[in-house]
Write a protein of this length. Structure first.
Length: 318
């Protein structure tokens, strides 16, 4: 059963009517193909019109859609010979962060991803994609391993942010995030990061400080969630839509501000409507970003990456 967002109610009503007519046609042998065709065209037009003018808050809702492909889905589709690696060699395994070796279109790579889970059981198991210090220390360990063996690093980011619990703070959450960011920036191999859903705060940057940063069209990337921003500024989480507008968290905004490199188009209606097409588009975009980076020597790669991040904010568009 398809899950519809609040702003998709007119589309939901049309698609429900189409489904009812199809069932009626099958049950009673009625020839209503013409009427179904007209309604299908109307639903398609409505879908196109709706997604052509999404607000930042609506894009936030799409980025969080429960049926949106998760990191596990991208790994399963894009990575062959997948061998997961676990643990930070200091405290524990953190299932919010996936990591391992595999092949991307024939090339050996190290893969990292934040995994939210797709149902209640898996969401709890992966802590809703919110990593603890051991998750970021695992990410750092695997990035350093990739550097030693000359393997490009691919990351798939989808997290509301790092886990804010007191036990995570007690184990050095801030330091772990900072060290993971440092590992991204110092890696002697190409790092291609893709924001596939929600890119929240330092928890996302820890895996996204790459040579190339890609964002799916309806993903978001921000220093804080709209709800968190609204709660701080207005003491009212209901102002989240206003905060989303002010945060400039959409892919288009961030590309214009030169904080990301590429916006990957999504299927009409969002990645959740056609996960296979969305995953293929991401694979093609990752390949396009990775290919020129492979030609660079480690020192040139690191220097170019350093300059990329130092340049951010020096010249903002009018």
């Amino acid at each position: 059963m398809r899950h519809f967002l609040d702003f998709e109610k007119p589309i939901a009503e049309l698609e429900s009517k189409i489904e009812e007519l199809r069932k009626m046609s099958e049950a009673e042998g009625l020839n209503i193909a013409e009427e179904v065709g007209k309604l299908t065209e109307k639903a398609d037009r409505q879908l196109r019109a709706t997604y052509a003018k999404l607000t930042p808050w609506q894009k936030t809702q799409v980025a969080r859609h429960p049926d949106r492909p998760k990191a596990n889905d991208y790994i399963a589709s894009l990575i062959t010979d997948w061998t997961p690696l676990a643990g930070d060699r200091a405290f524990a395994e953190d299932r919010a962060v996936l990591g391992g070796l595999g092949r991307f279109r024939g090339r050996s790579v190290m893969v990292l991803g934040t995994e939210k889970g797709s149902d209640t059981e898996s969401r709890v198991a992966h802590n809703f994609g919110m990593a603890r210090p051991e998750g970021y220390r695992k990410a750092r360990r695997l990035m350093q391993l990739a550097g030693r063996f000359g393997l490009p690093v691919l990351t798939f980011v989808d997290t509301a942010g790092a886990f804010p619990g007191i036990e995570a703070e007690a184990r050095g959450q801030a330091e772990a995030i900072a060290r993971s960011i440092e590992a991204c920036l110092e890696a002697p191999v190409p790092v291609v990061a893709t924001i596939i859903g929600e890119g929240g705060s330092g928890g996302a940057i820890a895996l996204a400080a790459g040579d190339a940063v890609l964002m799916l069209e309806h993903s978001i990337y921000s220093v804080i969630s709209p709800e968190g921003c609204a709660a701080i500024l207005w003491k009212d989480a209901a102002q989240a839509s206003v905060a989303a507008e002010a945060l400039k968290l959409t892919a288009e905004d961030l590309r214009r501000l030169k904080l990301i490199d590429t916006v990957v188009p999504e299927p009409l209606g969002g990645a959740h409507r056609d996960p296979a097409a969305a995953i293929t588009a991401v694979g093609n975009a990752v390949q396009a970003a990775l290919t020129p980076l492979l030609a660079l020597e480690p020192a040139a790669l690191q220097a170019k990456r350093r300059e990329k991040f130092l340049e951010m904010g020096r010249e903002l568009p009018a």
